[in-house]
Structures are given as C-alpha cells and as structure tokens.
Design a protein around this ligand. Structure first.
Ligand code: BG6
Length: 496
C-alpha cells in the first residue's frame, strides 16, 4: 500500500506512551523502510523542551531505544532523529493553536510533507475533545490541503454516556472516517489471525457454532500489579482497563459472522453486530450470578513480600476497584444461542498470558474409554506469549484395547520463516498512515461494547450484595470464580 508524505503531530509527546511505544514503533518502521519519503514528527505538550531535548529524550537517551540504536547504523539513527521536532504548548492544552499551526506550516514547507497530517491524542482523555476543538478553531482540521486524521488513545470514555458524549464531541470537528480509535490488541498478529483462522479454513468454520461448541473461555492474565499507575487504575479497574476494550474486541472476533470481504467497513459492521448481540445483563440476580470481582491482597511470592492492591501508591485504602474480573455471558443470535462465554482478566496472576479456548462438545456417544477427565476437543488460540494454536484431540493409547488419551497438535508462530513481526503500535501506526481503519474501533463499536459493560459497572458500584473477593498474588484469582464456570469443567490455567 502507498504511504503518502505526511506529518504526525503527537499531543502528549512528553508522556510515557510516546517514548515507550510510539517513537520505537516509528523507528522500526523507519529501519524497515516503511516511512514515507517526506515525513516529520512534531511532538507537542506542556513541557518546556527544545527539539534537541525531545530527540535526546525519545531517541538518543531513551531506555526504550537503547538496544535498537546500538544495532543500527549511526546515519540511520540520525536521519530518524532529525525529523523529530517539539512544540511547547505552554501551561494548557486548551489554548490558541495559532503558534502550533505556524510551526506545522513551517515544517510542512521545510520537509515538503504536503499538508497530510495525523494528530495523535495521547493526552489525558478529558482533553481529547478540547484538543479537537482547538485544532478546529485554528482551522487545522480542514481537508483542503491534504487529509487530516485523528488517532485517539484509550480509554475511550468512562461509561456508555461519556463514550457517547466523546463521540459526539469529536464528530463536531472531525468526520467518523477521519477518527482512528486505537485498541492495541487489534495490532497484535495473533488477534488478526483470529479472522484468518476462522475464515480461511474449512476445518474450523463449519464447527464454529452452538451445535459443536460447548463453551468459550478467554483468559487474560498479567503477573504485574498496577505498577506505577495506581492513580489511573483506581479510577478504572479491570473491567474498564481491559475488558471493555481489548477483551470485547477478542470476543467480537470470535463471535462475528463472516464479513463479505476484508474491507474495513465490512469487517467492522460484523463486529458491531456481534457486540450488539451480547446479552446485556439487566437484573441484579443475573449480575450477581454471572460476574465476579476481586482484588489482590498482600502476600508473598518466592519469599518476597508483595503489596496488596489497597496498599499501592495512588490507590484509596478503602478502594472497591477490581483488579480481577470474571464474567459469564451469552450471545443472543442464531449461531451462539445457549453457548456460554467465560471471560476473565486480572493483575497479579501466576503468569502473563492471553488465550482463547474453544471447548468443543463431547461426541454424542462414547464407545471408547478415556484415560483423562477431558473428553472434549479443544482449540487453544494463544494470543501471547508463545503465540500459536493448539488442538487437543483423542488418540489411542498404544497397546491392547481402545483406551483414549488427549494429544496435542501445536503450532508456534516462531516456527514461521518470516522473522520480522511488527509490534502492535508499529502496525497500527502504519495502517493509520495509509488510511486503513480496519484495525481501529468505530464509534458504534465502542458504544456497543459500553452498552454491555455499563450495567455491570453500575451494579458493582451500587455495592448492594456485591461480593468483592481477595486473592493472593500469584494464584489464579479467587476460588469462587470456579463456581461461575461450574458444570462446564474448570478454568484452563495455562502453564498448570
Ligand atoms: C493496557 C492496560 O491497555 O494493556 C494495562 O491499560 C495492561 O493495564 C496492558 O497492562 C496489557 O497489554 P499487553 O499488550 O501487555 O497485554
């Protein structure tokens, strides 16, 4: 695909994301020759920095680029750093952008970037609309001389209402086709491969429904706690931080109907339909029975003391924010009627892993004796780490009789000859630069996800009979979560 000459203006350029993800992503694109010939990055934020300071911070002295720089020719590093610039917005993002505009125009002329601009919003989310408005006031959103695009970081909204308001607010200044809502899970190769696994193999898709699938399980675990983000996390929680966005994206890809083509709108239309078909939990009993929340408590891992969530910096000592969420739900459509979905996400788990497990129904009639307790076929899609796909199926135990044992057929991405796998942000940035929104969330998609999540959040907030469990760091969450999945086996705890 063609990548037009363009400029990338990053709002919030002194923040962590720019140094940790955006600049390294761009640097990789630069090394791989994917950046357009005429390209400029203009960082903007409230810190007082010169262009040189910015280059030092995000390139020359950046811990995130240290190793890459060592391996790259000096001239290549310099060529990259030389197109990075910085503009101090002063005290406030809510200000007159005329000076910014002047700078953009000067750089456009200097580097001949032809007026195509991506604005990347990596500011606190409360400022997204403010920045969009100020861009519009300075007439920096007009498409007259080159296209304009807006990339919006997560979190997109705090609830259904705030997400709707944000969509409305942004739509006042930018059209939907100009807006790219990032969800970095969509940038992961293995997540994209879900579409390919389902829709390019005749061995899976015919079985991909309520007739053959018993239940679907998705686990997202992280071994870290809230790290230095206690302040942010305490206002968010696992449901907002991971479930509403990343996990529901995975759900939509598992649930969706085949799109009629690989076009962004066709794929996203199907994803929206999938999200809209999730059965919204309305009454308290249903919410009580199907949702579990928990917090990690102070404990010891290998002799090291680990703080409990409520003791973390920036966290309210009486906090009721969940660091673990497990949700059981159904999908109300023809394909999935009656098939339960179990999705959980948590911090401070035994390991970092994300996987989707499709549990197939057992054969209707058993004629052989199984040696283990599991009689079902499983398809395990490992999103990360050890990216790959595992199929579990029955084989005969050698010897007399017909004893059956489960065997594994295991594919690892690392076995592919292709070694250059793009990082999520790298891939997503390149897509936006090329105007491909397939891997970005559309307004209606984000709202549909919130529609499902909102009642759970409200119920949890109400505190009425809402259980909050504790779990020690390094275990697979509260034991009570097993009740949720009861009758459908047990959670598959990867690595156990
Ligand atoms: C982010 C969350 O969106 O995703 C973090 O805010 C979380 O809390 C991270 O750690 C996980 O991403 P990944 O790619 O490491 O699974």
């Amino acid at each position: 695909k063609k990548t037009d000459n363009q400029m990338l203006v990053i709002f919030g350029a002194s923040g962590d994301l720019t140094a940790r993800k955006l600049i390294p992503g761009l640097f990789n694109l630069h090394l791989a020759g994917h950046l357009p010939k005429n390209f400029v990055v203009l960082g903007a934020s409230r810190s007082d920095m010169s262009d040189e300071d910015f280059r030092d911070r995000v390139v020359y002295k950046s811990p995130y680029l240290k190793d890459k720089i060592k391996d790259a020719p000096e001239s290549k590093v310099k060529a990259f750093a030389d197109v990075l610039y910085y503009e101090d917005l002063g005290k406030d993002y809510d200000t007159d952008y005329a000076p910014l505009r002047k700078r953009v125009e000067a750089l456009k002329d200097k580097h001949d970037t032809s007026g195509n601009i991506i604005y990347y919003l990596s500011t606190p989310p409360t400022l997204y609309e403010t920045v969009a408005k100020n861009l519009a006031d300075a007439e920096m959103n007009t498409q007259n001389h080159g296209w304009k695009r807006l990339i919006v970081e997560k979190p997109f909204g705090y609830s259904l209402e705030t997400a709707q308001n944000l969509n409305k607010g942004l739509h006042r200044f930018f059209e939907e086709h100009q807006i790219y809502r990032i969800d970095h899970y969509l940038g992961k190769e293995t997540v994209q491969n879900l579409l390919v696994t389902r829709f390019s193999n005749s061995i899976f898709e015919p079985l991909w429904n309520r007739n053959y699938i018993h239940h679907v399980e998705i686990t997202n675990a992280e071994s870290v706690g809230v790290e230095k983000r206690g302040g942010y996390y305490d206002k968010s929680g696992a449901l907002r931080d991971m479930f509403q966005n990343h996990l529901l994206q995975l759900v939509s890809l598992v649930v969706m109907e085949p799109p009629i083509g690989d076009d962004a709108e066709e794929i996203r239309n199907e994803k929206v339909k999938a999200l809209k078909s999730l059965r919204v939990m309305k009454d308290e009993q249903t919410l009580y029975d199907n949702t579990i929340r928990a917090q990690y408590v102070a404990s010891e891992i290998n002799g090291n003391k680990v703080k409990g969530y409520r003791e973390e910096d920036g966290v309210d000592p009486d906090s009721t924010t969940e660091t673990y969420a497990a949700i059981k739900f159904y999908v109300d459509n023809w394909r999935w009627h009656g098939t339960p979905f179990y999705v959980r996400t948590a911090k401070r788990m035994p390991t970092k892993v994300t996987e989707i497990v499709i549990h197939f129904k057992e054969p209707h009639h058993q004629i052989f004796q199984e040696s283990g307790m599991h009689r079902d076929n499983k398809l395990v899609i490992r999103i990360q780490p050890d990216e790959g796909i595992l199929i579990k199926f029955g084989v005969k135990v050698p010897g007399q009789g017909f004893k059956v044992e489960r065997a594994n057929m295991d594919f690892y991405y690392s076995s592919l000859a292709e070694t250059y796998v793009m990082e999520a942000y790298e891939r997503l940035l390149l897509d936006a630069m090329q105007g491909d929104a397939t891997l970005y969330a559309r307004a209606d998609e984000v709202e549909a996800a919130w529609e499902f999540v909102d009642p759970i959040l409200n119920y949890w907030k109400s505190g009425k009979d809402v259980r909050m469990y504790g779990y020690a760091a390094g275990v697979w969450g509260p034991e009570n979560a097993d009740d949720l999945i009861d009758g459908n086996g047990i959670w598959r705890n990867p690595g156990e």
